[in-house]
Design a protein around this ligand. Structure first.
Ligand SMILES: CC(C)(COP(=O)(O)OP(=O)(O)OC[C@H]1O[C@@H](n2cnc3c(N)ncnc32)[C@H](O)[C@@H]1OP(=O)(O)O)[C@@H](O)C(=O)NCCC(=O)NCCS
Length: 226
């Protein structure tokens, strides 16, 4: 392994998006209910095409979001390989709590029940981060919106490098960072200075969705270091 697995972080290009989306799908698998509903059928060709399209539209229309890739090289002159991605957003205003104002809901969730379930999850998902953004009084907060490292390349430091890009930027501006973390990423976030604010985020989606898997997410925040 050695230098063959040296990891670096760079801005990703539009052309990288389909590969990055595959990394998202592989890394989360079906362990993360939020990702399963947010990116429907993400492990199928049609789900990946749709997910890539959404990521691309997001990248092209939201200048406050920075799309990063973690790469490694197969040998000294080998091709670059994308092994991870992160999206960091500098949020100065609270996100839309109503999903239909943020997304093309009919296209993304054609099934009416899926759409309603997703909308209810979304409202609760964005509540804690909205509070932190509002508390910043217009200064803004760095939000880690997406983080994934391909399972074949985990524990090589890619996740930490992608997180540290955002926490360094936040430190420079004296801003807080937040993340809605999966349990598997908790240790990584703690190492990077995040602390748990909500051990298990609340997802009260009503009794009609009682049988559906709910996300298990930890809301974590990090104060800037000077
Ligand atoms: C969480 C994730 C991004 C970590 O990526 P990674 O590249 O493996 O992380 P790193 O190699 O930088 O790990 C840094 C440290 O975090 C901790 N850590 C990382 N993965 C861990 C795991 N599975 N279990 C326990 N600690 C872990 C370790 O302390 C690790 O240091 P060490 O390897 O020296 O012990 C990756 O496991 C992943 O993509 N998981 C699935 C998707 C996901 O849950 N993303 C987070 C969404 S909020």
């Amino acid at each position: 392994m050695g230098s063959a697995n040296k990891v670096s972080v760079a801005l990703l290009s539009d052309e990288d998006i389909p590969t990055c989306f595959q990394v998202v799908s592989k890394s989360f698998g079906h362990d993360a209910p939020f990702v399963d509903i947010y990116f429907p059928n993400h492990d199928t060709p049609s789900g990946q095409a749709q997910g890539s399209k959404r990521l691309l539209a997001w990248k092209q229309t939201d200048p406050s979001s920075t799309f990063l890739k973690a790469v490694t090289q197969a040998g000294p002159d080998g091709p670059e390989q994308i092994i991870g991605l992160a999206v960091w957003t500098l949020m100065k205003e609270a996100p839309e709590a109503e999903l239909e104002k943020a997304e093309n809901v009919e296209e993304n969730w054609p099934d009416r029940d899926d759409r309603e379930f997703m909308a209810r999850l979304w409202r609760e998902y964005v509540a804690p981060r909205s509070r932190i953004v509002e508390e910043s009084g217009g200064k803004g907060v760095y939000v880690l919106e997406l983080l994934a490292v391909h399972p074949d390349y985990q524990r090589l430091g890619a996740g930490a490098a992608l997180v540290e890009w955002g926490t360094s930027a936040a430190d420079e501006l004296g801003l807080k960072s937040v993340v809605e973390g999966t349990p598997v990423a908790r240790r990584l976030y703690e190492k990077c200075g995040f602390r748990v604010e909500i051990e298990e985020m609340r997802f009260d989606t009503g009794k009609e969705f009682a049988a559906r898997r709910k996300p298990k997410l930890i809301f974590m925040t990090r104060a800037p270091e000077s």
